[in-house]
Structures are given as C-alpha cells and as structure tokens.
Design a protein around this ligand. Structure first.
Ligand code: CP
Length: 308
C-alpha cells in the first residue's frame, strides 16, 4: 500500500479502495479512544488557508489538530492578509509553508490545492477546490456509511446539484470502488459532469438517473442531499430557475421511503430538507459532523506518521 506519511490529500481519484479502507479503520481506532491521541502531534503546526467561507472543514481540522496535541495557524480573512496588498497566491503559499508542518487549503479555483502541493515541501490537504473535489468530506461520508452498515449492497440516492457540488464529485468517484448502486436525482440543468459519467460507464457501474425524488424514494437505502451551489452559477438567473425545485419532507419519507432509510448531507443546508426531519432517526447529518473530527484526526496522524 502507498504510504501516507507526508502524502498530499488532493482528490479521491488518487486513492485505492485499500487505502480508503485503511483511513476508515484508523478513524475507527481514533473514535474508540480519542483521548489516547492527545499528545501525538505535540510541536506540530497545521496551517489553515481558506480562500472561501467554511465552518465545518476549517473548525473540524482545528479541533482534530488540538485533540492530537498540535497547534493551528490561520491565514484568516483574505482582506487582512498581504494578499490584499497584491501578494500572489504562489508567494503566499510558499511563505506559509515555512511556518507549518502541513496545510489545508480551500480555494474557489479547481486545481488550486494540486498546484499548491507542487510548489511547497510540506503536505497539502485539499479542503475543497471550486467545483472540483472535497476529499476529506468524502472520507467522512464513507465513514458514516460504514458505521451505518450501508457501504455495501445498497442503493445510494444522490439528490440535488450534481453539476457544481464538489462533495458529490468526490463521493461518486469513491463509491465506484464499492459494491453499491447509485441513483442520481437532479434538476435537468444540474446533471453530473461528463468526466464522471464517462468514468461510471467505462467501469460498468450500475446507476440510474431521474428528475423527481418521489419516483425513486422507495427504492433507495441512503439519500445524500445537496444544497444548490448558488455561488458557482455563472448566470444567477439559472440558479433562480432551479432554486426551489426539490425538498425532502417528512410526509414523503413516512409515506414512501424504506423504514431504515438514512439521510446524509455535507451541510450547510438551506431549504432542501424540511426542518422537522432533523430530529428523526432518518437524519444522520449531524452525526457526519461528529465523525468528521475522527476522520480528520486519522488523516493528520497518518500524514504526520504517528499512525500506522
Ligand atoms: N461540508 C463542508 O465543507 O462545510 P463547510 O463549507 O462549512 O466547511
């Protein structure tokens, strides 16, 4: 197996099934004894560079680093940094790499994290690059599916903005390594990008597509719901044409879904899930948030070489 020490985490395309399963196994070990890890990354520093808003990715990496005994430094608001004075992205990344042992980058441009990994000597973790990939979100999604016994022989429905959602792009790619069926439900203008559809076809992956959740809700075991990514639309009128086009309601699930259906969502959510569902056994999205810390602790420890 490719070693994790000093490895960049950029895209799910870079991972084998064996490697993903290993990360999930380490995360499970961390979950069983999180306090046992409290000093593993003493004297290590994680740099956080978020060129786009974030709550979960930024703060769960911070939390994970502190729980491992390490420290974080944060570029903070872009307008408060020397980027505001015209310093380039390249120079900024190179400078910060001299202050830290590894870095997490979120950026609106697809490929930004890969580019950063090529110009610095410390490991780079992609915290989301435009409409590209969000690999650490996918790892925590897979961890949740594993914990819920829904990572093999299940039908996973993926609903919403499949075109612009980087969490979907990473997740669909990773799920092709598992024995699952996939059902894609989306407004017609928000279909998966061609490169992913071509990958599915080339690898004989079983999938269905439709535009109405009511038609397929009874057939699926997991529903992964996404927000429409307003910030990615080049023409805002295209966003308003689809912004209220789907909503998962309690009455729909009670009347048509399997009793053990689970709902996942990378969050933040807006109006695509009825609020009444938050406190039902269907909803696992706040559990995903909790699991995200264990998964990120596992990744940080693997990259820094303190976990096997
Ligand atoms: N899921 C996720 O990436 O959330 P944030 O945008 O809050 O980091």
């Amino acid at each position: 197996m490719k070693m994790f020490k000093n490895r960049d985490i950029i895209s799910m395309v870079d991972f084998s099934r064996e490697e993903i399963d290993h990360i999930l196994d380490v995360a499970e070990r961390v979950e069983k004894d999180p306090t046992g890890c409290h000093d593993l990354l003493n004297n290590k520093i994680l740099a956080l560079l978020f060129f786009e808003p974030s709550t979960r990715t930024r703060m769960s990496f911070e939390s994970a680093m502190y729980k491992l005994g390490g420290k974080c430094i944060d570029l903070g608001a872009i307008d408060a940094s020397s980027l505001k004075k015209g310093e380039s992205f390249t120079d900024t990344i190179k400078v910060i790499s001299k202050y830290a042992d590894l870095m997490v980058i979120r950026h609106p441009a697809e490929g930004a994290a890969r580019y950063a990994s090529e110009i610095v000597d410390i490991p780079v973790i992609n915290g989301g690059d435009g409409t590209g990939q969000h690999p650490t979100q996918t790892l925590l999604d897979l961890f949740t599916l594993k914990k819920e016994n829904k990572l093999e022989r299940v039908n996973i429905g993926i609903l919403g903005d499949l075109r612009y959602s980087r969490t979907v792009h990473s997740l669909v790619y990773a799920l092709t390594l598992y024995n699952v069926d996939m059902t894609f439900i989306y407004p017609p203008s928000l279909r998966l990008p061609d490169w992913i559809l071509e990958h599915l076809i080339k690898n004989d992956i079983r999938y269905k597509e439709c535009n109405n959740i009511d038609e397929v809700i009874g057939d699926i075991d997991v529903l992964y719901i996404t927000r429409i990514q307003k910030e990615r639309f080049p023409d805002i009128s295209e966003y308003y044409a689809v912004s209220d086009s789907y909503k998962v309601t309690k009455s729909l699930l009670v009347s048509k879904a399997k009793d053990d259906l689970i709902l996942l969502h990378p969050l933040p959510k807006k109006n695509e899930i009825e609020k009444e569902l938050d406190d039902t056994p269907y909803a696992k999205y706040f559990l995903q948030v909790e699991y995200g810390v264990y998964v990120r602790m596992a990744l940080l420890g693997l990259i820094m070489g303190v976990f096997d």
